[in-house]
Ligand binder design. Structure first.
Ligand code: SAM
Length: 196
């Protein structure tokens, strides 16, 4: 471990946003899963959440990490949950607002919510999207307006669009200027990242 590498680790950890996360509900394609983690790393998500796919090949397991993540899985931990509704409730019990990417009567433009609050973006499976139950349990439903012929974006593109809006708001609020991790946790993670 060179001093430069250790300094880089400290710099990255000093910008991590422990109050920003995603919940991937049965996202089953490895390239999408990995691309979302790569965006999480870029905006400073510390821990992502995921419900492993229940159907198809590899059911019950997180999609395998591929080249797309460029090893982002090393820097963003993933906490698994049995189902989306219980995960939403568990996050809300910790004071996190859950924003479900879902078209409904109460959907708002994804730029409206305040992402400087503790926030989780709920992302749906490629085929089925977010379930009505999980969307109902969420604090808000958000949507990226679409004006084309196609009805939805790729899930990793939607994740990036929303997470970079969160980054924009958090930058403006100065949340990347001061470490959001407490000093002891930051030191512990730096050691773990430096000597895996
Ligand atoms: N057939 C699915 C449906 O009806 O919801 C389409 C799912 S879409 C391919 C996969 C995921 O990408 C969605 O569950 C959502 O998380 C995200 N997504 C795609 N387009 C979006 C948009 N315009 N606004 C917000 N999220 C979007």
């Amino acid at each position: 471990m060179t001093p430069e590498r250790y300094a880089k680790i400290l710099k990255v950890l000093s910008r991590r946003q422990p109050t920003l996360t995603v919940l991937m509900d049965e996202v089953n394609k490895p390239h999408n899963f990995s691309a979302i983690l790569r965006t999480c790393d870029a905006v400073g998500v510390l821990t992502a959440h995921a419900v492993p796919p229940k159907l198809g090949q590899g059911r019950g397991q997180l999609p395998t990490f591929g080249a797309t993540s460029a090893s982002a899985d090393k820097w963003v931990s993933v906490q698994t949950h049995d189902d989306a509704v219980s995960a939403v409730r568990a996050l809300q019990a910790q004071g996190v607002q859950v924003l479900a990417t879902h078209l409904s009567q109460r959907s708002v433009d994804y730029r409206e919510p305040d992402y400087t609050r503790p926030t989780c973006v709920l992302l749906g499976a490629e085929k089925f999207g977010v379930s009505d139950e999980a969307a109902d349990a969420a604090d808000q439903n958000i949507i990226i307006p679409m004006y084309g012929m196609v009805q939805s974006l790729n899930v990793s593109v939607a994740a990036a669009t929303i997470l970079f809006e969160a980054q924009r708001q958090r930058l403006a609020a100065g949340l990347y200027d001061q470490p959001q991790l407490d000093p002891e946790r930051l030191r512990q993670l730096a050691f773990e990242w430096a000597y895996p």
